[in-house]
Write a protein that binds this ligand. Structure first.
Ligand code: FPP
Length: 247
């Protein structure tokens, strides 16, 4: 049976589901490859295909923002050749898919300490973000060299700088000041956080933003995830009773 969100999708994305911002921890590429006796890179390549499918579905489902955890600040611990493969895939992805994103009005954003990446990749990212910045369609935010604790430290540093320069009174610091210093400043509030592959943890992803997000865990490995899996997650979200601490 088609899900409600899928039927929205079939009818041009009239989104009554209320999910504005969905974030995904794309996990399970390695296990997907292992099951097929393939090298891990084959799992990551299939993961890029899933990114394409899901980015398209997000647009059709009327999401305002889709945030994807592509490389964490802890992923540097992986073997150097796997890190290099992931960086290469990311570069190819931006080079090959940017035109389609742009043609569809997508705005590309990056969260995380991406400036520490290879300078050529940093340039490519900044050009892609700049090229799509005036678009008015959905936002695809890619988390690169992202760690929520690092993001909060950087937000704290920016607050301290504002205090030191006399722009901000320490007693007046509020939630908005922290949010303004996060990489996600300006993005809609996070509604739904999905993790694939059966693991049930946040792994340093969007810890602040997840304060009132609904969490959704699925056993599906990331390379098998697609538009109907996203629609199913959004259907589950629609049934949640969100109270934000109230009654
Ligand atoms: C987790 O699977 C996945 C990653 C660490 C990388 C995610 C990257 C992609 C989907 C491809 C590049 C992204 C873009 C946006 C082009 P894992 O390797 O930890 O899987 P395992 O837990 O089964 O070993």
């Amino acid at each position: 049976m088609a899900s409600q969100a899928q039927s929205d999708l079939a009818h041009g994305g009239a989104s009554g589901h209320g999910a504005r911002h969905v974030a995904i921890i794309m996990d399970g590429n390695g296990r997907w490859a292992k099951k097929r006796f393939l090298p891990r890179i084959a799992g990551h390549r299939a993961g890029v295909e899933a990114v394409r499918r899901v980015a398209r579905a997000a647009r059709e489902l009327g999401l305002e923002c889709l945030t994807l955890y592509a490389f964490s600040s802890e992923n540097w611990k992986r073997p150097a050749n796997e890190v290099a493969d992931l960086m290469r895939l990311l570069r190819h992805f931006i080079e090959s898919d940017l035109d389609e994103f742009h043609a569809n009005g997508v705005r590309l954003r990056v969260i995380g300490h991406y400036r520490a990446l290879d300078p050529a990749l940093v340039d490519l990212i900044e050009q892609a973000v700049e090229r799509t910045s005036a678009n008015t369609g959905p936002i695809i935010a890619i988390a690169l060299n992202y760690g929520a604790q690092d993001e909060l430290v950087r937000a704290a540093q920016s607050i301290v700088r504002r205090v030191q320069s006399g722009q901000l009174d320490p007693e007046a610091i509020g939630i908005d000041d922290v949010e303004a210093g996060l990489d996600t400043a300006g993005l809609p509030p996070l509604d739904l956080l999905i993790r694939t592959s059966g693991e049930q943890r946040l792994s340093n992803f969007m810890l602040w933003q997840a304060a009132y997000a609904e969490l959704y865990f699925t056993d599906t490995l990331w390379p098998d995830f697609d538009g109907s899996a996203l629609a199913e997650a959004i259907d589950a979200f629609r049934l949640r009773d969100r109270r934000f601490g109230g009654l």
